[in-house]
Write a protein that binds this ligand. Structure first.
Ligand code: NAD
Length: 461
């Protein structure tokens, strides 16, 4: 085995690397434009039959797919530990999340209701018709859940799916594609097409048979995809970057806020679009908060992700590690946790103190285990600082005053807020961003509608 600096691509293959060891894991074939076209055309050919599968039968197939995923949770988790450096506990949760999404959206086919709207001279009915082929483009930070947040509601609504995993992390998506067949989904209903963004991803955008793009990734690529979709007025949902605020008021349980804050930003080594990477602390509680944060950061178990007790693993690639180190080189780090060192792509959890809202560390998405902490004076100041961002994905508010919690949650321009908690994502509640964090919503009861056209039919008496 050779030590890799990161995943390496030739024209046709990609070497997948274990981020904790820098050892090559396997080679993955990268699809060409011609192979992508073939996958899209087969998905289009499979669409009419899949659309016409009886609702109860489509539901049963999705539940079967969920059951097969459930039988393979450990195997999928092993793959994600080796491919993405996710901790074993997280990777197990992620595989379980795929199962849960499939089970949740298996209720859709039998409940994709239209409406009957009163009109004179006849009957007016609405239908939610599937779109055809849906292209799902997935980033490397949560390969399994983000794939399922797209394919589960899209398949449930009667679409066929082509799915492109990120170059760095294709292994679980490839396996999920195999498990779909094992569960009895017809061929070409869910096709995983590993490849480069500039080849496979772009072809999803330009191919006229792909009727919608569900993209999750960086804001820069999302803008490019949105512009590409405009050419064909192609539907698009975008789940993009974040720089979410964790706002701690002095009346909060400051100990609880400080001990939970590391998990809200350093989970998945900070490679989380919802990471609470800006902590705002009311000035009166600032010293107490920092005094409690430092030991909590030191106590975080940054270990080989294959170890059961590991709470944080490495960054996904040497490239991502270098980006994060670049940010840290430009600032004074107040304190850090530990990391195990060795050949993997490690950065210790790092805390930066700043009072400068124009500092890059405060404004830009670092996508690594780095958090910036800033004091604020009062509620209005906290909201102003939180909203002074081009992003608006998530956020947390810690306070013992529920009225304030709700008021601030309503005032913060972000799609997913939690009060006295950091929970952002549940498959049965809507998820998505304000401003440059995204367009449209995923998950929750309405997600299937984002993969349908609403059709209105009038029948004269
Ligand atoms: P990225 O934008 O570089 O890549 C995402 C996907 O797009 C990959 O599969 C990539 O191959 C593909 N891609 C790249 N160029 C393309 C092109 N020109 N056309 C079509 N596809 C193309 O993002 P990343 O580095 O993989 O992921 C990290 C980013 O994702 C972060 O900004 C993070 O905040 C964001 N993210 C957002 C959410 C959310 O739900 N809002 C969730 C996870 C990650």
């Amino acid at each position: 085995m050779t030590t890799q600096t990161s995943g390496q691509a030739t024209d046709r293959t990609f070497t997948v690397v274990n981020p904790a060891t820098a050892q090559a894991v396997t080679e993955v074939h990268l699809a060409s434009v011609a192979e992508t076209d073939e996958a899209i055309e087969r998905a289009a050919a499979a669409f009419p039959a899949w659309r016409d599968v009886a609702p109860g039968e489509r539901a049963r197939l999705l539940r079967r797919f969920a059951a097969v995923v459930d039988d393979h949770v450990e195997e999928l988790a092993d793959l994600e530990v080796a491919n993405a450096g996710h901790t074993r506990a997280n990777a197990r949760w992620e595989a379980g999340n795929v199962r849960d999404c499939l089970n949740y959206y298996s209720a859709t086919p039998e409940r994709l209701f239209g409406r009957q709207i009163p009109v004179p001279g006849g009957v007016d009915l609405t239908f939610h018709e599937p779109l055809g082929v849906v292209g799902i483009i997935v980033p490397w930070n949560f390969p399994m859940p983000i794939a399922a947040w797209g394919f589960a509601p899209a398949l449930a609504a009667g679409n066929t799916v082509v799915l492109k995993p990120a170059e760095l992390t294709p292994l679980t998506a490839i396996r999920l594609g195999e498990l779909a067949l094992e569960a009895g989904l017809p061929e070409h209903v869910l096709t995983v097409v590993p490849g480069q963004g500039s080849v496979v991803g772009e072809r999803f955008v330009t191919h006229p048979l792909v009727r919608k793009i569900a993209f999750t990734g960086s804001t820069a690529v999302g803008k490019r995809i949105m512009a590409g979709c405009a050419e064909q007025v192609k539907k698009v949902t975008l789940e993009l970057g974040g720089k979410s605020a964790n706002i701690v008021f002095a009346d909060a349980d400051v100990a609880a806020a400080a001990t939970s804050a590391p998990y809200a930003v350093f989970d998945n080594a900070g490679q989380d679009c919802c990471a609470r990477s800006r902590i705002l602390v009311e000035r009166r509680a600032y010293d107490e908060f920092l005094g409690r944060l430092e030991p909590a950061v030191a106590a975080l178990k940054v270990l080989d992700p294959a170890e059961e007790s590991s709470e944080m693993g490495p960054l996904v690639s040497s490239g991502q590690r270098d980006v994060v180190r670049g940010y840290l080189d430009d600032v004074e780090v107040a304190f850090t946790g530990t990391d195990p060192g060795g050949p993997g792509f490690w950065v210790p959890p790092s805390v930066v103190l700043t009072e400068d809202p124009s500092a890059p560390i405060w404004r830009e998405e670092v996508f690594g285990p780095v958090v910036a902490v800033m004091p604020f004076d009062d509620e209005a100041h906290a909201v102003e600082l939180a909203n002074d961002s081009e992003y608006g994905l998530s956020g947390s508010i810690f306070t013992s005053d529920l009225g304030r919690g709700l008021r601030v949650a309503r005032a913060v321009e972000a799609g997913n807020l939690s009060v006295n908690s950091h929970a952002s994502v549940r498959y049965w509640t809507p998820f998505g961003g304000y401003k440059q964090s995204g367009l449209g919503r995923e998950l929750g009861p309405d997600a299937p509608h984002a993969f349908t056209e609403e059709k209105n039919v009038f029948i004269a008496h």
